[in-house]
Design a protein around this ligand. Structure first.
Ligand SMILES: [Zn+2]
Length: 301
């Protein structure tokens, strides 16, 4: 399925845009802050980068979907790429975050970006114009939405892997904060969505459905150990099984839950463990290679 991409002009030479970037992109907005205005968030994250568009751009915003990419644009360059994890219309939240413009409008068609997905890019408008077949004089003045495989790879194939390669555009805005974000190396913004899709949005061990954002896309080999963002290294786990898995108290062997001898007998007897000990785990794309790595390196055998 081709994802869409939202092209978002955000001119860093504009003082107001810069203030908005400082407020909700260069620093994250806590989930609790958003929940005060928007009671239902369809994402399991605790913090978000937030952006929005004014009613005049609503029709473009409406086309975007959860899981789509967004790229920020300024001065003939695209400089940031992130993944949309939720979107909603909320005027009060927009007013609270950014106030109003001189015409009394606010950026009420809001979308949330996964902070871990945000990376710096450096893609010239000319390349985008070429892919889209627009006239060379084309100027990107308001947001656009496209579903175009070629356009997506133009952005994702150009991810900056070397964090020392900082583009001029963004460093002039906010060098430090953004560089800590891009130091996180190349990440796949679709990882979480793909993994949860594979497991039908349920915990692989206990089957609890992802309501109230209780299911995570867990890395079998953790990111900090060099575990890649690929489906083979992902498994959907509820918060409890995720935590036990990461702490090495449980693992998966022969498609079954295995428990560490270090686990207390009290926990061993608890239904969250005991009930699933003999049950076969239906692994979807999760590879034995990474599970083996987990058993040998994380699991407290
Ligand atoms: Zn579970």
């Amino acid at each position: 399925m081709t994802k869409g991409i939202f092209l978002q002009p955000a001119n860093i030479k504009n003082k107001m845009v810069r203030e908005h970037l400082e407020r909700t992109i260069f620093q994250a907005v806590e989930l609790n802050e958003i929940l005060r205005f928007q009671p239902n968030i369809r994402s399991d994250l605790e913090r978000f980068y937030v952006w929005g568009v004014i009613p005049g751009t609503k029709s473009k915003w409406e086309k975007s979907q959860i899981g789509d990419l967004v790229v920020f644009y300024s001065e003939r360059k695209f400089y940031l790429l992130g993944q949309i994890v939720d979107k909603f219309h909320n005027k009060s939240l927009a007013r609270y975050l950014w106030g109003e413009d001189q015409h009394g409008r606010t950026w009420e068609y809001i979308y949330l970006i996964d902070p871990d997905s945000l990376i710096q890019i450096d893609v010239d408008l000319e390349k985008v114009i070429k892919v889209l077949g627009y006239s060379p004089n084309f100027i990107l003045q308001s947001a656009l939405y496209h579903k175009d495989e070629k356009l997506i790879s133009l952005f994702t194939d150009n991810l900056i892997e070397d964090s020392t390669k900082k583009g001029d555009v963004i460093t002039t805005v906010h060098r430090e904060k953004i560089s800590t974000t891009i130091k996180k190396y190349k990440r796949d913004p679709y990882f979480s969505i793909k993994v949860k899709d594979n497991y039908k949005n349920k915990c692989a061990i206990c089957g609890i459905p992802n309501e109230g954002t209780v299911v995570d896309a867990a890395h079998v080999k953790p990111v900090k150990e060099g575990g890649p963002d690929i489906e083979e290294n992902g498994i959907a786990l509820c918060k409890i099984h995720h935590h036990l898995f990461d702490s090495g108290l449980i693992t998966i062997k022969d498609s079954k839950l295995a428990i560490s001898p270090k686990m207390s007998s009290q926990l061993q007897k608890h239904p969250i463990i005991s009930k699933f000990l003999k049950k076969k785990i239906n692994l979807v794309k999760t590879s034995e290679e990474f599970l083996k790595w987990h058993r040998e390196n994380i699991f407290k055998a």
